[in-house]
Design a protein around this ligand. Structure first.
Ligand SMILES: [Zn+2]
Length: 197
């Protein structure tokens, strides 16, 4: 763990500092994992005006059990040097996340030992399929695996996709070298699908 003091400033003028962590090892930080899953780790409620303040700072989350590392940073601060972090660890999937609100889904996918590239492609295919049926899709979020199905929330409604779809996409993907931090999200999946029509 590496602690820092983060300056927090509210629009109402309230000003404070909060201790936070920049490096978290999942095995030792059950409370931080819980806060990330509840979307409360990077937020604070202003004691003066009650507004929710989101504060961001560089943050790395290391899960040795499921072999992944998530790096959170604002997009404009992400740079070549970041790829040196745990560079020697070529067993762990390395991901960069720009929005703290997307960490929860990332944790769900990677803790279930899934390749998030496959999941994002599945979500994008599902979106296209539903839109062709005339549905307007606000969001699709991975939930969990149950027997031979993967469950997603489509506009908050549960929907299952057969696991064989996962396997078929997985077999068409190149094996990853795990040497760089990749941003794997809906945009990535759109770009991948455009290249692999
Ligand atoms: Zn305030």
């Amino acid at each position: 763990m590496k602690s820092i003091l983060v300056e927090i400033q509210c629009d109402c003028g309230f000003h404070t500092y909060r201790k936070s962590e920049t490096l978290v090892l999942s095995d030792f930080e059950v409370d931080i994992r819980k806060a990330l899953m509840e979307n409360t780790y990077f937020t604070i409620r202003c004691p003066r005006c009650g507004k929710e303040i989101i504060f961001l700072h560089p943050f790395a989350y290391v899960d040795k059990k499921h072999h992944f590392i998530i790096l959170l940073k604002p997009k404009q601060a992400f740079c070549e040097d970041d790829h040196h972090l745990y560079h020697e660890d070529t067993r762990s999937r390395k991901r960069i996340v720009f929005d703290p609100k997307t960490i929860k889904e990332k944790l769900c996918i990677l803790e279930d030992d899934f390749d998030d590239r496959v999941i994002e492609i599945m979500k994008e295919k599902l979106r296209l399929q539903l839109e062709r049926q005339g549905r307007e899709i606000v969001d699709i979020v991975y939930q969990d695996r149950h027997e031979d199905s993967l469950w997603f929330l489509v506009n908050q409604e549960p929907l299952a996709v057969l696991y064989e779809n996962y396997q078929s996409i997985e077999s068409s993907l190149e094996k990853e070298k795990y040497d760089r931090y990749l941003a794997i999200d809906g945009q990535w999946a759109k770009a991948w699908l455009a290249l692999h029509k």
